[in-house]
Design a protein around this ligand. Structure first.
Ligand code: GLU
Length: 465
């Protein structure tokens, strides 16, 4: 059974890169009817916070990414790590190192002066003398100091590391007894039965060390997939300015979870030239062997395009519910179907949709000056007055087509082009140019509100002229 995991360190919010590897891990587990587990790597007490853990879990909930089983917290596993450290000590695979900070600094300086790589020189590796007084030892693992360590990577192929270039007997437990990152990751992945690790390639340099731990403890080494980073349009690592921000900020900006997940699955993974993937399709088609070998490029227009697609395909009922988070309550509006049918074709985000709705249902409090100048020329006022009269006379006014019909009648009667009525009417109803079809706007407003907005505009612009 395939068991994957997402193992965030709760030092801050969940960002786009982290979410992408979480999604890949989730999809791969689901595709294989396996398990996707969540492990919170909260051992760094100074940098971790409970709020950050909460934020990560909230983001998962928003996106509908469900983890299997209980969440594992590394902070609760000290006894487990201590047991394995003791085992390595007992088996002579790890040892206590009494080097003082001064000695370590001196060694570093000497190595730097000789233009050598800074590494521990193994002076306590075979030590069996009397330990120096007053020094709490760290525990170092006996790493292979020559030969090759090969990472069989599912994305990048076999990566061969020369032990002498990258390894030394690295610390697995600090002087205060706390275990180090590469040690706990390997122990946990093994004990949790993780057999496929999908993570960012910024972790690739840790992998040989983790392999040393697996081998020392006799654990099976999982399959690794190191996913290339996400870059901005300039080819640099994604920064906050480019959108590498809190995943929940995307919610606030009005992105739908479906759109964000679809966007992320295509960042570094492809299936032919398909762009739109439902969750079901992602689960069916995702395969880490198709992860691209090069960095992917973050593209906001693509995200907007996907979001527009998913908004268009969201039911009006669901949109009504989602819009409440943007301060728009449409639940009892009798024309919400007409309104949303028209506007959801045009909105890139829910925030934009909310704004469009407000611009229609709220009576304009001012008029855009440029638009007024353009629209209220010649006999615009007269045209609006005739149009208002015909609206009052009409029997049935419900659908956009009913209003359209009245507009056509006036166009014919007054022998004018559409623009002559369209422009002043638009400014009268919305205060500015732009927006959806006027017939839709009027059907949503209803006869009384339409007439009242026209009357107000006629009054305002007659006085102005
Ligand atoms: N906790 C690590 C991080 O947040 C990830 C560890 C891993 O994926 O192996 O960067």
């Amino acid at each position: 059974m395939v068991v994957t995991r997402f193992a965030p360190s709760p030092t801050g919010y969940l960002h786009i890169g982290g979410l992408r590897t979480a999604l890949f891990s989730y999809l791969w587990a689901r595709k294989n009817n396996g398990k996707f587990v969540l492990r919170i790597e909260d051992t760094d007490k100074k940098r971790n916070s409970e709020e950050a853990t909460e934020a990560i879990l909230k983001a998962f909930e928003w996106l509908g990414l469900e983890a299997d089983g209980e969440i594992t917290y590394q902070s609760k596993r000290d006894a487990i790590y201590a047991k394995y450290i003791q085992q390595l000590l007992d088996e002579g695979k790890a040892y206590k190192c009494y080097m003082s900070k001064e000695e370590l600094d001196a060694l570093r300086e000497e190595q730097m002066a000789n233009k050598e790589r800074a590494k521990y020189d193994g002076r306590y590796r075979d030590f069996d003398g009397t330990p120096p007084e007053g020094i709490e030892p760290v525990i170092r693992i006996k790493a292979p100091l020559s030969g090759e360590i090969v990472v069989h990577d599912g994305v990048k192929g076999d990566i061969v590391f020369q032990a002498e270039d990258i390894l030394d007997d690295f610390v697995i437990a600090r002087a205060d007894g706390s275990p180090t990152y590469n040690f706990v990751v390997a122990v946990d992945d093994a004990l949790m039965g993780i057999n496929e690790v999908i993570r960012g390639d910024d972790h690739l340099s840790n992998t040989p060390k983790q392999i040393v731990v697996y081998e020392a403890l006799g654990f099976d080494i999982p399959k690794f997939y190191h996913v290339p980073m996400i870059h901005n349009q300039q080819g640099k690592k994604l920064s906050k300015r480019d959108g590498a921000t809190d995943v929940m900020a995307y919610k606030e900006m009005g992105y739908l979870p479906e759109a964000l997940l679809n966007f992320l699955v295509r960042l570094g993974w492809s299936h032919g030239d398909q762009e739109i993937f439902s969750m079901e399709e992602m689960k069916e088609l995702f395969d880490p062997k198709d992860i691209n070998k090069s960095a992917s490029i973050y593209n906001t227009e693509k995200l907007d395009w996907l979001n527009a697609h998913y908004i268009k395909n969201t039911s009006n009922e669901k949109l009504t519910e989602l819009l409440t988070e943007f301060g728009v309550v449409l639940s009892s509006h009798d024309k919400k179907e007409i309104l949303l049918d028209a506007l959801k074709e045009r909105a890139k985000t829910l925030k934009e949709l909310a704004l469009m709705v407000e611009e229609i249902i709220q009576t304009p409090t001012s008029y855009d000056e440029k638009a007024v100048k353009k629209a209220f020329k010649g006999n615009a006022i007269e045209i609006l007055e005739v149009f208002a009269n015909r609206l009052e006379e009409a029997d049935e006014l419900h659908l956009p087509s009913d209003y359209h019909h009245v507009m056509e009648k006036v166009i014919e009667e007054m022998e004018i082009g559409f623009g002559k009525i369209g422009q002043p009417l638009r400014v009268a109803l919305l205060g500015k140019m732009g927006g959806p079809g006027l017939d839709v706007v009027m059907a949503v407003l209803g006869r009384d509100e339409t007439l009242s907005r026209i009357a107000k505009a006629v009054l305002t612009h007659t006085v102005d002229d």
